[in-house]
Write a protein that binds this ligand. Structure first.
Ligand SMILES: Cc1ncc(COP(=O)(O)O)c(C=O)c1O
Length: 374
């Protein structure tokens, strides 16, 4: 089947670009001397997960139990669920842990630690835990400078039924960086704070085997991973317009896009309407702090050629409104014409779709089904 024959809106994944992104990040991490435990949250598929672990130890990171189940069913045996564990899901965690070599969960609160230890005891299992550290994002994680954080680590290490594997952080604030220099500084502090905290814990007699850090922006610029044992980038598998604006990649590295049909063309007010709205692209506003004209994604021809004069300026549920800023051939933009949109945020856009059309050039070569839901 040809790409232009797909019903729109359709999620497109460029196979060769995914493979190239996986190879480049894999080589980069290996050169810096850490293990790669790719996050699958962006694509949620077994197929892309397999490409991303090729040549690596096979460990993966998940954001939901649905992703975890799909990967365990497909034979993955080393997983970390990189969201603080929800107390209503402890029996699911124990059931998954029983099927694999390791299924790590994150803890950043004494109540969670106590509940987890209680569940391990009552279910008669041993559960692997990571202490989640806040390296500046201020979303989840303990303060690496606080005394209570050492106490929590000690409690985890001393709880029968729990196995403290290490410390884990994610520099999500890297997405707010306004320049490559700022991004490099965040990458440095992500490593330094977390490695220093691991040393402090070791000094306090708490054994820490692993130090896990990472995001796509920080790992795209990091030049030193001393003291870090593993990294967990995820978005790099698809990349997107946000990452290109930050400088983690170029738009040519964006492997995910949405195929859209023109529904309406209004030359008098210089506007087009596409059938890719918020439910196809998400309402992520992109890296406006570095690229005020990023709109809701970048419009391209079917072959990927950028159309900078077509600006996707607003989204409603099923409509995407495009402002036409340059000279165009309106006869080629009439209803029925097709365009592609490189999403601002591929993780959120991809998660809207039940299936991805995997393409090579203009040929559809496969279909992948993401493990959606929770
Ligand atoms: C805890 C954690 N680790 C790793 C990642 C991967 O980061 P990125 O999507 O920037 O590659 C994320 C992404 O949200 C995350 O939340």
């Amino acid at each position: 089947m040809k790409l232009r024959e797909l019903r729109t809106p359709a999620a497109l994944v460029e196979l060769d670009v995914v493979a190239r992104n996986c190879r480049r990040m894999g080589e980069r991490v290996a050169r810096l001397g850490a293990k790669l435990r790719p996050h699958v949250k962006t694509h949620k598929t077994v197929e892309a997960a397999r490409l991303s672990v090729q040549g690596h130890f096979g460990g993966v990171t998940v954001s939901t139990l649905a992703e975890a189940r799909a990967l365990v069913d497909a034979g993955f045996r080393e997983l970390v669920w990189a969201v603080p564990v929800a107390l209503d899901k402890l029996s699911d965690v124990a059931a998954l842990a029983a099927r694999v070599e390791s299924f790590g969960v994150l803890v950043d609160h004494p109540r969670t630690a106590a509940e987890l230890a209680g569940a391990a005891k009552s279910l008669g299992v041993s559960l692997e835990v990571w202490l989640k550290v806040d390296c500046g994002y201020h979303r989840a994680g303990v303060d690496p400078k606080a005394r209570e954080s050492v106490e929590l680590a000690r409690a985890l290490a001393n709880s029968p039924g729990l196995r403290l594997r290490g410390v884990l952080t994610h520099a999500g604030h890297a997405y707010d960086a306004r320049s490559l220099d700022e991004l490099r500084a965040i990458a440095r502090s992500e490593r330094e704070l977390t490695v220093a905290f691991a040393e402090r814990l070791r000094g306090a007699g708490v054994p820490i085997a692993d130090v896990s850090i990472g995001s796509t922006p920080t790992l795209s610029v990091a030049d030193d991973l001393t003291g870090v044992t593993e990294v967990r980038p995820g978005n790099y598998v698809f990349f997107d317009a946000f990452q290109a604006a930050l400088g983690s990649c170029t738009l040519a590295d964006a492997a995910f896009s949405v195929l859209a049909s023109v529904l309406g063309a209004h030359p008098a007010r210089r506007e087009l309407v596409l059938d890719a709205g918020a439910l196809a692209l998400s309402k992520d506003t992109g890296a406006r702090h570095v690229d005020p004209r990023c709109g809701y994604g970048r419009v391209t021809e079917l072959d990927g050629t950028l159309r900078p004069e077509l600006e996707l300026v607003s989204l409603s549920q099923e409509h995407g409104k495009v402002r036409v800023t340059g000279d165009v051939d309106w006869s080629r933009l009439a209803p029925g014409a097709k365009l592609r949109v490189i999403a601002n945020h591929s993780c959120l856009a991809a998660a809207q779709f039940e299936r991805y059309a995997v393409v090579r050039g203009d040929e559809v070569v496969d279909e992948w089904r993401p493990a959606r839901g929770w």
